[in-house]
Design a protein around this ligand. Structure first.
Ligand code: SAM
Length: 272
């Protein structure tokens, strides 16, 4: 999978890699092996791969014996994968489609080099599909935001929502020279491990709204940023000292657990 092989194959297929489909193909076998290692693959695993591209990662995954389902949006790449992999491996299910539009359940792992232009909707979608582990390549800055802690510049709505569901770890920063064509940005491999929370948001929609509203006005104190969610509920919150402390802070100063407390207090007062 050298640069020249990837370039030649794409030319033969009549494919000019498209930015809007995030088509940068991994050409470094060491990174690929690292990705497989980080996924701790067992024979019984049900693995989803988003955007198999030319199938290098897919083939390494198939060799482990786990069940692999790979969804590719590009019709030419899909046809190529059907011809090169489908008849050689009976543990592969190939789907031609858009990950953002299909329903997925029953997978315990997701492993992929993601199209960076849609990292955000893909990641938000992963929260809800029940996977236990993800080993995913992201744009470096995006990965930093996912893994960031309160009081850091990169701490954002993405950090809170991602860390509500997962323990994210930035495994390694990766330079752009391991892809063809070479992207303008650095990348990072991220490991996501599903989190089992003792205290969950009682009403997930309220939790999501609070986090969104807080970060939409991240420079304001929470008591001002959350105004649109209901004056009466806010007034009730101000009667409890822990909540008053939270309301005096700004979005970037609160932990995921703080947001859960606020949301649960809000839900209780709303219902009562
Ligand atoms: N897995 C290959 C690799 O490691 O070299 C390709 C990775 S490339 C960064 C992203 C792949 O995702 C491309 O093959 C692209 O066509 C595909 N893709 C883009 N948007 C997609 C979507 N919405 N659903 C499924 N595949 C998508």
């Amino acid at each position: 999978m050298h640069r020249s092989f990837v370039k030649g194959t794409l030319t033969d297929l009549g494919i000019s890699p498209l930015k809007r489909k995030g088509q940068n193909f991994l050409i470094d076998e060491n990174i690929l092996r690292m990705q497989i290692r980080e996924a701790d693959i067992l024979a019984g695993d049900q693995i989803l791969e988003i955007g198999p591209g030319l199938g290098f990662l897919t083939e390494e995954l198939l060799k482990t014996g786990a069940q692999i389902t790979a969804i590719e949006i590009d019709p030419n790449l899909y046809r190529y994968l059907k011809g090169t992999l489908e008849n050689r491996y009976d543990n592969l299910k190939l789907i031609h489609g858009d990950f953002l539009k299909e329903e997925f359940q029953g997978f315990n792992k997701v492993i992929a080099n993601l199209p960076y232009n849609i990292s955000s909707p893909i990641t938000f979608r992963l929260h809800g599909i029940g996977i236990e582990l993800g080993v995913l390549m992201y744009q470096y800055e995006f990965a930093q935001r996912m893994c960031s802690e309160p009081n850091c510049k990169e701490y954002s709505r993405l950090s809170v929502m991602c860390q509500y569901h997962f323990f994210p770890t930035l495994i390694r920063k990766i330079g752009s020279n391991v892809f063809y064509p070479q992207p303008d940005v650095d990348s990072a491999l991220v490991r996501l491990v599903r989190r089992k929370r003792k205290t969950k948001a009682q009403n997930y929609d309220i939790f999501k709204n609070i986090v969104r509203s807080a970060f939409n006005k991240r420079r304001k104190k929470l008591k001002n940023a959350l105004g649109s969610l209901g004056e009466i509920e806010l007034k009730k919150m101000e009667t409890e000292s822990t909540m008053t402390t939270f309301l005096e802070k700004r979005a970037g100063e609160l932990s995921v657990e703080n947001y859960i407390s606020i949301a649960n207090h809000f839900s209780t007062n709303k219902d009562g």
